[in-house]
Write a new protein. Structure first.
Length: 306
């Protein structure tokens, strides 16, 4: 790796070399990142991204490590962990309120924080793992709601460090898709998002969150996992297909399809990315053979797989 780039990045934010990504992923697997930058402010995130791109280094923005599977070989180039945490508002904005949230903020934590303060509209996100930036990219959702319902706009930084505002319509948000996942928006980093919230009774919001928590505890397995592995097709949820092809509790190495919810893969301890990928590919092959359906992956595979 370019020593000049490492020195320049060190002047912007904390830099670690050969950082094991298993420490930063909810799956608990993943090889090392060549250069690992920890951006704690918007300026650090924006400037580190611009500096890496100016040196033409392969650059990956890393959120909370949920909904991703990092290869056992790790990630080459520069990996920037987004730990930005600023929250501005809510401030009155037309018929409701607007809150500007840094892209590194936990979506679930934000939902609970807003509910406690008496602002509703995103309480359904109380159990969604991951950062707000990742939620924008995937148009994260739960309980028949998604980020598209409340997102007003996002702010981005480009390879030259310039800041721009992108309205929601230009993000092309659909079920677990966006202009980012489709490649229509590239060479930019998400800095923050403006969300619409409404005043509501905190006690009612807390009660609703308690219901969501109870539902999640009853239907989703604890332990090291990435959340849903596959997107849901139109006719049946993905877990139904995995169950139908006999893979409930099926294990390869130390990776296993959950007994409780078969769209979750668990790391039982020291699983490798290869174990997990083999489980994913086995499910895809059996479902294709039995139902002639190509399941789409919700988990993103990143880095090098050995």
């Amino acid at each position: 790796m370019n020593e000049e780039l490492i020195e320049a990045l060190s002047d912007i934010a904390e830099v670690r070399l050969d950082e094991p990504l298993s420490r930063h992923a909810t799956f608990g697997v993943g090889g090392p990142a060549d250069v690992y930058v920890i951006a704690r402010t918007e300026d650090e995130l924006r400037l580190a991204y611009a500096k890496a791109r100016a040196h033409e280094a392969a650059t990956f923005i890393y959120g909370s490590g949920s909904n991703v599977l990092v290869g056992d070989g790790g990630i080459r180039g520069v990996t920037i962990e987004n730990r930005t945490s600023e929250v501005e508002g809510p401030a009155q904005n037309g018929a409701g309120y607007k809150v500007r949230v840094a892209s590194g903020v936990s979506f679930a934590t934000l939902a609970r924080r807003m509910a406690s303060a008496g602002y509703g509209g995103i309480e359904w996100a109380c159990g969604i793992p991951g950062s707000l930036g990742g939620a924008v990219v995937s148009n994260a959702g739960a309980y028949d709601r998604s980020l598209k319902d409340v997102l007003k706009s996002v702010r981005t930084g480009d390879a030259d460090g310039n800041v721009a505002t992108v309205p929601t319509d230009d993000l092309h948000l659909e079920y677990r898709r966006s202009a980012f996942t489709e490649g229509a928006l590239a060479d930019i980093v998400l800095l923050s998002a403006d969300l619409h919230v409404d005043e509501a009774d905190p006690s009612e919001l807390r009660a609703r969150i308690e219901e969501f928590d109870a539902d999640r505890k009853a239907s989703q397995p604890p332990g090291r996992n990435c959340g849903s592995v596959f997107k849901n097709p139109p006719d049946h949820p993905s877990w139904w297909y995995v169950d139908q092809v006999g893979l409930r509790s099926h294990r390869i190495g130390n990776a296993q399809f959950s007994e409780l919810h078969t769209n979750f893969i668990l790391n039982l301890g020291d699983a490798t990315a290869r174990d997990i990928v083999q489980l994913i590919e086995l499910a895809e092959a059996r479902i294709k053979e039995q139902f002639d359906i190509d399941l789409e992956r919700e988990v993103a595979l990143i880095g090098e797989f050995e």
